[in-house]
Every structure is written in structure tokens, then in C-alpha cells.
Ligand binder design. Structure first.
Ligand code: ZN
Length: 153
């Protein structure tokens, strides 16, 4: 596995609409593994492929340590409720902001075997689904955030 370089705000890869994955090749599997390692090394709970410069619809999430969720071509198919909470992003270091998100979010995606599955997240996981899927369409949480905060350095 290899640690990938995380693109930072201002990098145009973060503003592109990503293409779907049409075949789960060994390259896609390697990318998933490398994204998980990169996310863990950076102490993140989620990472989207454009954050490492790959314009494909791939996301990895690890809200519960040891429970990695890999999403290929994910789509939000249902959501409900509302929550306000603070978000940060590995591509926007040192900054935080409040974002309104749904409380419950159901995503349909492919797993690494190419099988379709659905997963429902609540609270932080629901927030994470929304944040990471926004990345696939060039969205950053700072577009939606209010009350931005910066780390003192
Ligand atoms: Zn992010």
C-alpha cells in the first residue's frame, strides 16, 4: 500500500465532477487500499478520490475504527431529518465550520466485488456520506458552512 498526496483547497481536481467507475480493475482495488492508508495516516474519517487527484466516483470512510466503508459510484437514495455540526476536511487543513446536514442518509453503491449494496448512516456517518459524496461533484463543505473557525498557529 502507498500513501497518496492529499490535494489542498485551490487545487482544481477538488472542483471537478468525477466520472463513474465502469470496471473494477486491479487499479481500482489498489486505489481503495491506498486511499484507506492515506486517510488513516492523516487521521481522517473519510476520503474521496478527487482529494488524491483521481477523478473517479470512489469514497472510503472509517467513522468507527476498523470498520472501513468503501463506496464505488455511490448515490444518496434517501435522507431525512436534520443536524447541525462542525466539519473539517483533509483538503482544507486547520479550518472548521458548521454545516447543516440530514440526520439519516441511505447510500447505494458498489463494493469492491462489484456488488450493489445499500447502507444507512446516522449522525456522524450520515454527515460523512454527504461530505464525501459532495467531493465527487466538486463540492467542498466550505461552500455550505457557516461560522468558520481556524486553528490558532
Ligand atoms: Zn473533505
Amino acid at each position: 500500500m502507498a500513501k497518496l498526496q492529499i490535494r489542498k483547497v485551490g487545487d482544481e481536481a477538488l472542483r471537478k465532477v468525477c466520472r463513474p467507475v465502469d470496471a473494477i480493475t486491479p487499479r481500482v482495488l489498489t486505489l481503495l487500499d491506498d486511499m484507506v492508508e492515506t486517510m488513516r495516516t492523516a487521521n481522517g474519517v473519510g476520503l474521496a478520490a478527487p482529494q488524491v487527484g483521481i477523478l473517479r466516483r470512489i469514497v472510503v470512510i472509517e467513522v468507527e475504527p476498523g470498520e472501513v466503508i468503501e463506496l464505488i459510484n455511490p448515490k444518496i437514495i434517501a435522507y431525512s431529518g436534520e443536524q447541525d455540526g462542525q466539519e473539517g476536511c483533509l483538503s482544507v487543513p486547520g479550518r472548521w465550520g458548521m454545516v447543516k446536514r440530514p440526520m439519516h442518509v441511505t447510500v447505494r453503491a458498489l463494493n469492491r466485488k462489484g456488488e450493489e449494496f445499500e447502507i444507512t448512516g446516522h449522525e456522524l456517518l450520515a454527515r460523512c456520506f454527504c461530505h464525501e459524496l459532495d467531493h465527487l461533484d466538486g463540492g467542498l463543505y466550505i461552500d455550505k458552512a457557516y461560522a468558520m473557525d481556524e486553528d490558532d498557529e
